[in-house]
Design a protein around this ligand. Structure first.
Ligand SMILES: NC(=O)c1ccc[n+]([C@@H]2O[C@H](COP(=O)([O-])OP(=O)(O)OC[C@H]3O[C@@H](n4cnc5c(N)ncnc54)[C@H](O)[C@@H]3O)[C@@H](O)[C@H]2O)c1
Length: 301
């Protein structure tokens, strides 16, 4: 496998492209939005600079990594010579089904089509293609160049050989793959999202403020960051989309998204990528959102 096509150049797509290129693969990065592609290349450059500063890569590795990434706004052009496609477009069922239907026409029958979806059914995505046995979930974690886990999701029809190929490929990227079955939220988000949703409910009900909730979980549970900050990093729109998949998939009230999350997404506060969520972000710094009336704990008022 040499040519990897990554679809979607947002938070995850740029990290996936960065990682494959760093490990010697040729990457075609595709996005419908040319500005998103330009932003992704800038983010990859910044992240490589950070690795350079830490001494984990040298100047030649940085230059080579960047030279292996080509960008495309046309899906057909970007996926034409792919040995493997990894889709990391917006977490929306219709967008993904439509993309996989097109990929199934563009790519040859043997090409493995993987999705980085956080929660959408791999079985359903596979059913939109001509060769469902070659469709699999390859769920990277954010930030991709740093995080070791890849959740490898077997759809109902995914073949053993495709699963083995993807497990081995993840190891070649120096990741630790874990094989799981295809049920809503898989493992990672089935457990993580109810915790994030509960943290948002805790804020919404005025039990405590943003910083207090995050501090309890950081210091009390030894989490590297609090759930509200993590939600900002993931993207509040992504969190909402995953909770809706869990809610619809299991039909259980415990996954119902908190109304505060719904309001924030509707108002355009999608977390770090829009500069504001539970925190406000200015050029990498972090401060509390002043306008959010729930940021202060009622206990401290
Ligand atoms: N954000 C996270 O922490 C995280 C972690 C693991 C998995 N994921 C999953 O990764 C995927 C991408 O999430 P993200 O956070 O990077 O989203 P994002 O909103 O940051 O980026 C999505 C990108 O997809 C592009 N896009 C939309 N439709 C497209 C199409 N038809 N063709 C090409 N590009 C298209 C958009 O222009 C955008 O640039 C989602 O499925 C999400 O659930 C996200």
């Amino acid at each position: 496998m040499k040519n990897i096509t990554v679809i979607g150049s947002g938070t995850m797509g740029n990290g996936i492209a960065h990682t494959f290129a760093q490990y010697g693969f040729e990457v075609a990065l595709v996005d419908i939005n040319a500005d998103a592609l330009a932003k992704a290349l800038q983010t990859i450059t910044n992240n490589l600079d950070r690795q350079l500063k830490k001494g984990s890569i040298d100047e030649i590795a940085k230059t080579n990594t960047l030279s292996r990434i080509k960008t495309y706004t046309d899906l057909k052009e970007g996926a034409a010579s792919a040995d493997l496609v990894i889709e990391a477009a917006t977490e929306n069922r219709e967008i993904k089904l439509n993309l996989f239907k097109q990929l199934s026409e563009i790519c040859s029958y043997d090409v493995i089509l993987a999705s980085n979806t956080s929660s959408i059914s791999i079985t359903e995505i596979a059913a939109a293609t001509k060769n469902p046995g070659n469709v699999i979930g390859m769920h990277f974690m954010n930030p991709v160049p740093v995080m070791k886990l890849v959740e490898v999701i077997r759809g109902y029809s995914t073949s053993d050989s495709v699963t083995q190929t993807i497990m081995q490929l993840a190891q070649k990227l120096d990741k630790d793959p874990v094989e799981v079955n295809d049920y809503p939220g898989f493992v990672a988000n089935r457990i993580l999202m109810p915790m994030i949703n509960e943290a948002i409910y805790t804020l919404y009900e005025g039990v405590a403020g943003v910083q207090e909730i995050d501090t309890v979980m950081k210091l009390g549970m030894a989490h590297p960051m609090g759930p509200l900050q993590l939600a900002d990093f993931i993207g509040l729109d992504v969190c909402l989309a995953i909770l809706k998949v869990l809610y619809d998939g299991f039909g259980n009230q415990k996954y119902a998204p908190c109304p505060l999350l719904v309001n924030m997404v509707t108002a355009g506060h999608r977390g770090i990528k829009t500069g504001s969520g539970f925190y406000k972000y200015t050029a990498g710094s972090k401060e509390l959102v002043v306008a959010n009336k729930f940021t202060k704990s009622p206990l401290n008022q």
